[in-house]
Design a binder for this molecule. Structure first.
Ligand code: SF4
Length: 804
């Protein structure tokens, strides 16, 4: 296809691509920078002056007070006039925003597919600063040193591939052992007023330092990496007012475990959670990061906090004084890092920190929240195991210096009474900096003295990389963790393990009892001398009194790596873990006619759609990982897991039937219930169904990130206009779209509905109404076959036009 220069300009202006080959810190304006920082801090400081200029334009149009989240988000909009003018102020929950994020972070598991897709776009370097973090592939078993060695040996081809991509495209490479993505981002890149994307659902952790940080799939990351505006429906804003001050055993974790109980796993969907109120000033920066981190568990787009003194202290402690000065100035002079007086929230929740008690959430869902004072009763009432089988602390959610120092105070008390943990105790430091600092300050010796195992600075048990051998598979047991997520089988691969989430302090207190009904606030332990004693509430320091230690300097990548275009990307053609991508076929230009491969019953998270654990090793090999597609899903018609039926009634494993239908040229749809695709931002949950011939997911509701991921891969996500229609459609039914072409020709912006004709196998026919949320750009992705196809086509056309 040839393209005229006029059409090319139109295409370019629709997506407003950044110029090829230019790279900077998302400088959106030619305004002079008045908040200057030394050169080595430049790519880590938001372009405050340009953002303020853009915010002025937004204010002119909207003419109302703005919340903090609105200020940060809207000042990253490519064209405020296009986004906000003529909308009668109907922005939140209505308007699609085209945004230019400042930075991208990618973890090793999801980075593989992000980079494989980025490679297809033919660029020499990334358009914005980016980082790769090797954290998800490290197994926890024997302790840091041995586990790290073994995991590097097993995953070397993946790490070599990522390292070669980093070298070629000028991306920071944080190798295995350096730490967990979100902790490293907090220590190095998160800054008040920053807007970033991360290929991991707990990217909002960076909100603890006043950023807007959003978890996305690899294809979204490629938008930012290629300088293509990233699209997001303007979220509503949920204001959480904090009053009072935490005390005693209560910790920042309890703010979010409590809130998860109030909001449920769906309650934050479509919202940014913005904290405000005098209680905010009492929290540490890392405590706020914990709260933002777990905002992902209520489905929120992200969470953020206004600029506080504790953020400034954290920036100074992490060697970013000039950035702290710039942030203070931009806030003091322009109020950029706090909500305007009179700003309104769509919803508000109030939490009095002074009255907040510790909470324990679970099992199997993070919103089943029980105050500690009622937990013993809940254990009994629900017949949860009465004995604890292991306690795990750390991870990206809770491994701050403050967490570790408070935990150490509990362990020291127990030691003084001659008491040892009753169950295995694991500690996962979030980064090399944390590991080195807690070692320097004596905490590691305290933990080891109690028999704890300190694992590598990596995700380990939090993502199923726990080579657990003390509890047989299938044996019901209870673990307490300070992690953020507790879907079935997430930690040790045992679906019968009940994971309860709580603060590191409560995990630690309870390992000394081993009894799930133990409440450290009122139940006593028995010391070595036979006398009973009550643990004192934990004490700790917000920041290390003698400063953070950097540890092994070999882990530190250059601050601003330059691309090396001649570098080779390392992928073996015989690898079963990495394979270069073939583009998906473009849309055929006619109405879809599909068969229903199965109806999924109940919860269907991205863990059900694209299982993690052992499958993580195939993240870079689409064909191999697709053998896990929907293997965790339950068939609504038979109650079986991983079972679907062909037209002749023959039963298959779900991916087997997908492969068979793909070979037969039979495109398919899957039906599902509510919040389809909740959980981790797992891009393969969209890529694999598409790769195996899936063209439509029709459900009662979607989790936001997953719906977007499906659109990016050319799968049509639809929801029932009337939920009851789910019951009308049977397995193997033929589903035909009646007005898809009309919607596509209108650029998505028509009724918001698509009509389907459904013919069940018994001849029963129904015409049902479904809803779509396709924007103009998403329609373009669908037509091109995928977002990457579209961006790659545009890039090639732009390059060709530049060369003529
Ligand atoms: Fe890693 Fe767990 Fe954090 Fe995800 S939530 S980044 S798996 S530590």
């Amino acid at each position: 296809m040839t393209i005229s220069s006029r059409n090319l300009n139109l295409l370019r202006s629709s997506l407003r691509l950044r110029p090829i080959g230019k790279r900077g810190f998302a400088s959106h304006s030619s305004e002079p920078i008045t908040f200057s920082v030394p050169p080595e801090f430049k790519t880590r400081t938001p372009p405050y002056a340009a953002l303020l200029t853009r915010l002025d334009k937004v204010r002119e149009i909207l003419n109302r007070p703005l919340t903090l989240a609105e200020k940060i988000l809207y000042s990253h909009v490519v064209d405020p006039e296009e986004a906000f003018a003529g909308k009668n102020g109907q922005i939140r929950g209505e308007t699609y925003l085209k945004l230019n994020p400042d930075r991208v972070a990618m973890q090793d598991a999801s980075a593989q597919m992000a980079l494989l897709q980025f490679m297809t776009c033919g660029m020499d370097s990334t358009a914005v600063p980016a980082s790769i973090h090797c954290d998800h592939l490290i197994v926890g078993h024997d302790g840091a040193e041995q586990d790290l060695k073994a995991s590097i040996a097993v995953n070397s081809e993946v790490f070599d591939f990522l390292r070669s991509c980093a070298l070629k495209y000028g991306i920071q490479f944080w190798g295995p052992g350096s730490g967990i993505i979100h902790q490293i981002v907090l220590e190095n890149f998160s800054v008040p007023g920053l807007m970033m994307l991360g290929t991991d659902s707990h990217t909002p952790n960076a909100g603890g330092l006043g950023a807007i940080a959003i978890g996305v799939g690899g294809a979204d990351a490629v938008d930012a990496l290629t300088g293509t505006p990233w699209e997001l429906k303007a979220p509503k804003i949920l204001g959480v007012k904090l009053t009072g001050q935490l005390n005693g055993w209560s910790a920042p974790k309890d703010v979010i475990t409590h809130l998860a109980g109030v909001l449920t796993v769906r309650g934050g969907t479509g919202y940014i959670i913005e904290y405000f109120g005098e209680g905010v000033e009492t929290l540490s920066c890392t405590g706020m990061a914990t709260i933002c981190n777990m905002g992902a568990e209520v489905g929120a787009t992200t969470s953020t906090f206004p600029y506080t003194d504790s953020m400034k202290r954290y920036l100074l402690a992490t060697r970013r004084g000039p950035i702290a000065d710039a942030a203070s100035a931009v806030n003091n002079l322009h109020g950029y890092l706090r909500a305007d007086n009179g700003a309104e929230y769509d919803e508000t929740v109030e939490i009095n920190l002074s009255e907040l008690e510790p909470h324990i959430n679970g099992p199997f869902t993070p919103d089943l929240s029980t105050p500690l004072s009622q937990f013993a009763e809940a254990v009994q009432k629900n017949s949860w195991p009465s004995k604890l089988s292991a306690g795990l602390i750390g991870s990206c959610t809770n491994s701050s210096y403050q967490d570790m120092s408070r935990v150490a105070s509990i362990v020291r008390q127990a030691k003084a009474k001659g008491v040892k943990p009753k169950v295995p105790f694991f500690i996962t430091p979030g980064s090399e900096q944390i590991r080195a600092t807690i070692e320097n300050d004596g905490f590691t010796d305290v933990f080891l003295g109690a028999g704890a195992k300190v694992l590598a600075n990596a995700c380990g048990p939090c993502i199923g990389q726990w080579a657990r051998d003390d509890v047989p598979k299938g044996e019901p047991n209870a673990i307490l963790t300070s992690f953020n997520r507790n879907f079935r089988a997430r930690n040790d691969g045992n679906p019968a393990t009940m994971n309860f989430l709580t603060s590191p302090e409560i995990v630690t207190a309870m390992i000394y009892s081993g009894d799930m009904a133990f409440n450290p606030l009122k139940n006593k332990l028995v010391g070595a001398d036979g006398n009973e004693f009550l643990l004192e509430p934990p004490q700790g320091d917000e920041l290390p009194p003698s400063g953070f230690q950097q540890g092994n300097l070999a882990y530190l990548p250059p601050i601003d790596p330059k691309p090396a275009p001649s570098a080779e990307i390392v992928v073996s053609s015989t690898s079963d873990r990495l394979a270069l991508l073939e583009p998906f076929e473009p849309f055929e230009g006619r109405e879809l006619k599909l068969n229903v491969l199965m109806k999924v019953k109940g919860k269907c998270t991205t863990d059900h759609i694209s299982a993690a654990g052992a499958w993580l090793k195939y993240k870079g090999h689409l064909e191999n990982i697709s053998n896990n597609t929907l293997i965790g899903a339950m068939n609504e018609e038979t109650g079986e897991v991983n079972r679907a039926y062909d037209l002749d009634g023959t039963g298959y494993g779900i991916p087997e039937l997908m492969i068979k239908w793909k070979a037969e040229g039979r495109p398919w749809a899957v039906l599902a219930e509510h919040n389809y695709g909740e959980g981790s931002a797992r891009e393969h949950a969209a890529l694999s169904p598409r790769y195996l011939g899936g063209r439509m997911i029709l459900c009662k509701s979607f989790a936001r990130i997953h719906e977007t991921n499906l659109k990016k891969q050319g799968v049509l996500p639809l929801t029932f206009a009337d939920e009851n229609d789910y019951d009308l459609v049977k397995g193997c039914a033929t589903v035909e779209t009646l007005d898809l072409l009309q919607m596509l020709n209108n650029g998505g912006a028509d009724t918001g509905f698509i009509t389907l004709k459904v013919t069940n196998r018994d001849g029963d026919e129904h015409v049902i109404k479904t809803k779509h949320t396709m924007s103009k750009d998403q329609v373009a992705f669908f037509k091109a076959g995928s977002a990457i196809n579209y961006i790659g086509n545009l890039r090639r056309q732009t390059q060709a036009a530049q060369q003529t």
